[in-house]
Design a protein around this ligand. Structure first.
Ligand SMILES: [Fe+2]
Length: 586
């Protein structure tokens, strides 16, 4: 049985394909379209998934989408009558729902077929989120929680999963939302772009949570573990939240009201300097999120008494809160799927149909994130040949190394020498993080590495940390929490005595957003880190995504383009090493 899962007409559009209960491929449309968070119909991701499975669209038995336009009609109507949002907002919302309702036509037109055979399933947004974590988790039963901005008029849902079934216990509906709270304060702090929340999460450790009284005026945590927003500080409930898609990218207008600056002081413009006050607000916002999240998680534990927790939804990217689960709640195991946010809905919708609707037994655990396209030697060679003249002009030396130990040893040597190394291998990662197949790796021991990386490629805000990849066996030696973090979605404290050894990946508060790597998950990356450890005694490399203000690279041509456009020192693509022999000037 073949199930195609899609997240369409929503940020991070994506597709996945599940064959007889096993995930075969999954990818985000942004990687093909080259527009971050691309939010239309994921035709290229669908094409890729079908090709990877070796099937055509009419060989698919079921298509599952993570939206249900007919869910909560009553609540939606009540909201429109009570709040009277602007005509434009209603029109945008209806147009978006019509697109979801008419996916059958869109798919038929895209694939140029008269009669689309697969059965179409609309899976409610948060049920798809819950399914995207639990049905692929390494647990037969678990408590499950999903928190985001909004989807199908709901911002949070929770329940318990047991084998092939999820039972939901409760939800928080529009207009109350922890995701909206986080986005509103992120905007207020001068970070206006869709997806900027993680920047403010990185800023938070520089401040003190000294404004909790104000935060508790904005978010009310209730005795039953749920939460409510004080709507005086927001506008999404009155003018409507609907995002607009500008050139395919989601753009969200300001959602905080003029009352927020009255409470917290003047809002910061994007170009203004970051003051202590801003850092304290970021710290307080993060603390408020944690307070609400752990109130809900703890009540869920009381109900389920299950020590295992699955987390999904956009707020599942709050790796700081995820890293506190063992300290702040009774849960003893945690699983967050690589694409915890809306892209993951493509997997969740597919598994909701496979397990929950069709009653199949659990059949798959997602223990690695390598579900995207791979490119063979011939494709890599062709991409290099196409840029031959520029590579020569940039004085690049090419070396082919067929022995993997030798390739890893030579690369590790360059990392240890301070080079910025592009590492392009195997199948592209699923989810927002580069996890050793479309990564840039550097030496974590150098205090100046962050600056070098920002000068040569990244140009990120100086306060943002870079992350470590560490061989799984060494996590307990270097971090205070010894646990699996395959998808870089938990932040743990680095052991105090180790922090000075890896300054480039140690955040200001001594934490690190680690990726733990096993040989079975990614042998070549594991061997690279091992080779670096053999040279230096440190079983860790700095890992950042292979891109420059664009979606993470997908193809060899895109990798080469990024290499030539930036000041990257070395590009290792498959078995080919391309090294700049003299630095770029100008
Ligand atoms: Fe969502």
């Amino acid at each position: 049985m073949i199930i195609l899962g899609i997240n369409a007409h929503h940020a991070d559009a994506s597709a996945s394909i599940v064959v007889d209960g096993k995930l075969v491929a999954a990818a985000e449309e942004e990687r093909f379209r080259r527009i971050k968070h691309w939010a239309g119909f994921p035709s290229l991701a669908i094409e890729y998934c079908l090709a990877e499975a070796g099937v055509g669209i009419n060989d698919v038995d079921h298509i599952a989408v993570n939206r249900n336009p007919s869910a909560r009609m009553w609540q939606r109507a009540k909201f429109i009558l009570a709040k009277r949002p602007s005509v434009g907002a209603i029109r945008r919302r209806l147009a978006n729902r019509a697109k979801i309702a008419d996916l059958r036509t869109e798919i038929s037109e895209t694939f140029k077929i008269d009669e689309l055979k697969p059965v179409l399933h609309n899976v409610e947004h948060h049920r798809a989120h819950l399914a995207s974590a639990f049905f692929v988790a390494p647990f037969d039963d678990a408590a499950v929680i999903s928190i985001d901005g909004f989807g199908d008029f709901v911002s949070a849902m929770w329940g318990a999963g047991s084998r092939g079934h999820i039972e939901t216990f409760g939800e928080v509906g529009f207009p109350h939302s922890l995701g909206i709270f986080y986005t509103a304060i992120t905007q207020y702090l001068g970070f206006p772009h869709y997806g900027d929340e993680y920047k403010v999460m990185g800023l938070a450790p520089y401040g003190k949570p000294s404004m909790m009284d104000a935060m508790r005026q904005i978010v009310q945590v209730k005795g039953d573990g749920t939460f409510a927003l004080n709507l005086d500080y927001f506008t999404h409930h009155s003018v409507g939240l609907d995002m607009v898609w500008r050139g395919g990218a989601p753009v969200i207008g300001p959602i905080y009201s003029s009352r927020l600056p009255e409470l917290l002081g003047p809002a910061r413009a994007a170009e203004d300097p970051l003051e202590e006050r801003h850092k304290d607000i970021a710290a307080s916002m993060q603390a408020m999120f944690e307070e609400a999240f752990f109130a809900l998680a703890s009540r869920l534990y009381e109900k389920t008494r299950n020590p295992r927790l699955c987390i999904a939804g956009g707020c599942g990217y709050n790796s700081v809160a995820n890293g506190l689960v063992f300290d702040r709640s009774p849960f003893r195991d945690v699983y967050i799927q690589a694409a915890a946010g809306d892209a993951g809905g493509a997997i969740g919708a597919a598994y909701w149909v496979w397990n929950q609707e069709l009653g199949n037994a659990r059949s798959f655990v997602m223990d690695h994130a390598y579900w995207g396209p791979a490119y063979d030697d011939a494709e890599i060679d062709a991409a290099i040949a196409a840029r031959h003249t520029e590579l020569e002009a940039a004085r690049c030396a090419l070396h082919r190394e067929e022995s993997e130990p030798e390739l890893c040893r030579r690369t590790a040597e360059r990392v240890a020498a301070g080079d910025v190394v592009g590492w392009f291998q195997g199948r592209m990662e699923w989810g927002p993080r580069a996890l050793g197949n479309r990564s840039i790796v550097c030496d974590p021991r150098r205090g100046d590495m962050k600056r070098i990386l920002n000068d040569k490629i990244k140009r990120r805000e100086s306060f943002r940390p870079f992350a470590p990849s560490i061989v799984r066996e060494a996590v307990g030696d270097w971090f205070e929490t010894d646990y699996d973090v395959p998808f870089m979605l938990q932040v743990y404290q680095i052991r105090e005595e180790k922090r000075a050894l890896i300054p480039a990946v140690t955040h200001v508060n001594g934490s690190g957003r680690l990726q733990s790597v096993t040989e079975s998950q990614n042998a070549r990356y594991y061997h690279l880190i091992e080779a670096f450890r053999d040279l230096t005694g440190v079983p860790i490399v700095l890992n950042t995504s292979f891109n420059e203000n664009e979606p993470v690279v997908n193809t060899p041509a895109q990798a080469l383009d990024c290499f030539l456009r930036t000041n990257m020192d070395l590009l290792v693509m498959g078995n080919v090493m391309i090294r700049r022999t003299s630095p770029v000037t100008g």
